[in-house]
Write a protein that binds this ligand. Sequence first.
Ligand code: AHG
Ligand code: MN
Ligand code: MN
Length: 324
Amino acid sequence: MSEISVIEHIHSMQHRWSPQATGQFTSLMHDLVLSAKIISRSVAKAGLVDILGGTGDVNIQGEAVQKLDEFANDVMIYRMIKSGAICALGSEEAEDPIFVPKETAGNYIIFFDPLDGSSNIDVNVSIGTIFSIYRVTEGEYFNQDDLLRRGSEQVAAGYFLYGPSTMMVYSTGHGVHAFTLDPSVGEFLLSHPDLTIPDAGKYYSANLGNYSKWNDNDKKAMDIFNNDDNYSLRYVGSLVADFHRTLIYGGLFAYPADNKNKDGKLRLVYEAAPLAFLIEQAGGQAFDGDGMRILDKAPKHLHARTAFLFGSKAEVAKYRAAFK
Ligand code: AHG
Ligand code: MN
Ligand code: MN
């Protein structure tokens, strides 16, 4: 099998890109991949060095910050700015977006969740990094007010999954492609070209511990799966891990809004929108709690939250039918 690295794959796809694709995107992806290799190395050693446990700080989300979150965030911010490809970035771990000075700014905006699944860090369960990339008009230094855009405007999105193997899954709007890190080579090599989600699956995924807090429609919809022996429940609690299983095996994931998180818990800009881009590219669907397509939602602010439902067309249709 010919070994194709991420950068080689991007170059091979570049001809399908709009003509203005520049080397900046390759530089951005190179530094993104390097960030993930550095984070992956620390995730693998987390049990050995004093990087476990919280820093005692609390982030904008009001959640205890794990040392790995902070480390991953620092690596991503440093590398993204160093790439010379971005004019702005937004991170789950930073209250405000960061704008690059005009003289060194590039043509891309990146949003990321540097370490997804923080509650699983200390128990050695798969965690990940999620990224979402937009392009600004060449040569025009965009004004900071139009930082946030609909997910449908993404030019690329993806995630890294730090599991039994470290993987990268991404799309530039021309299908979904997955790479597996070969530590002996130090490269992510193409392992799953043109990934598509099965039209139907046998797994559904939700935190049923919140069931009593859901609205009646979400309870009715989830009961379709709770009461159907053809479905098994799988819930890791790391969105990237639950997403990746749903992408490969098919089925459904739902994190509904509830009476505690009235707008939902998951974040629109750097969790739901990039994953919705991927699932649609793979032939699946992604909606919020009102049946609105995630990619059509205009974020009101960087840390906006949303209810998030995605998966195979068959299971998403079954879930949404309960809302009719
Ligand atoms: P993060 O660690 O980036 O804050 O994300 C955690 C998210 C997501 O990974 C997962 O789907 C969800 O939180 C799990 O929430 P519950 O623990 O409430 O089920
Ligand atoms: Mn997350
Ligand atoms: Mn996170």
